[in-house]
Design a protein around this ligand. Structure first.
Ligand code: CTP
Length: 215
């Protein structure tokens, strides 16, 4: 199958030397890409700025910086993919104006005016058709309820709920503890495992869903 995967954070510039971003390292998304390659799939990985080398054997790698660039890359890549895995931690807000010059400090506090970025999954929802869409839910409280809401609202076949407040799961860790939530099924808590193991298991599950859809 042709699988489009996003990974890493996005960076939203403030001025030439500063940006807003988050703690994503890209490890989970890169592990999914490697697992999908190992299962013989044709993988296009789109990544925000990370310190990882792209896995070997990708059909394509696209480096992006901002949420807007990631949206454009996902739109273009989706036309040629049967599966979308949105693992990226997309910034939800960006500075409303980007200063062309380095902002200088003044005496008092400073306010940043932020505006919403596009929600990539919601933007590409009209392109879903019989494609398999998978998302992640990074939560620190009411993990299952919030993930379930996001799965429904974003029209996903599958969401992996991730409690990012624990040290052995979520951002920067080499392990992850997820609860897999599939439409019409009970939540499935998976045991703590390496991100590589979680990724391999996820790819097999995606294959099963895709085969039910006749892929
Ligand atoms: N996502 C997206 N575009 C965004 C933000 C998130 O496509 N601007 C995707 C993520 O890649 C993930 C899913 O939506 O697969 C859920 O992301 P998450 O950050 O957990 O949730 P948000 O949609 O940002 O919602 P909230 O602010 O309520 O946590």
């Amino acid at each position: 199958m042709r699988i489009l995967i996003t990974a890493g954070p996005t960076r939203e510039p403030i001025d030439p030397v500063r940006f807003l971003s988050n703690r994503s390292t890209g490890k989970m998304g890169f592990a999914i890409a490697a697992a999908a390659v190992a299962r013989g799939h044709d993988v296009h990985l789109i990544s925000g700025p990370v310190a990882l080398a792209p896995p070997e054997g990708l059909a394509r790698f696209t480096a992006v910086t901002t949420a807007a660039e990631m949206l454009d890359a996902v739109r273009a890549g989706l036309a040629e993919a049967e599966v979308l895995v949105m693992c990226a931690a997309v910034a939800d807000y960006r500075p409303a104006t980007v200063s062309a010059r380095k902002l200088k400090k003044g005496e008092g506090p400073m306010a940043l005016h932020l505006e919403r970025t596009a929600d990539i999954l919601s933007e590409v929802a009209p392109m879903k058709g019989d494609r398999v869409f998978v998302g992640f839910a990074a939560e620190t409280e009411r993990v299952i309820e919030e993930a379930s809401r996001k799965r429904r609202d974003k029209g996903l076949d599958l969401i992996l709920a991730n409690d990012v407040s624990s040290a052995d799961a979520g951002f920067a860790a080499d392990t992850n503890r997820v609860t897999l939530m599939e439409a019409g099924r009970e939540p499935e808590p998976w045991p703590l495992a390496s991100k590589a193991e979680v990724a391999a298991r996820l790819v097999v599950r995606i294959e099963r869903i895709a085969s039910c859809l006749g892929k």
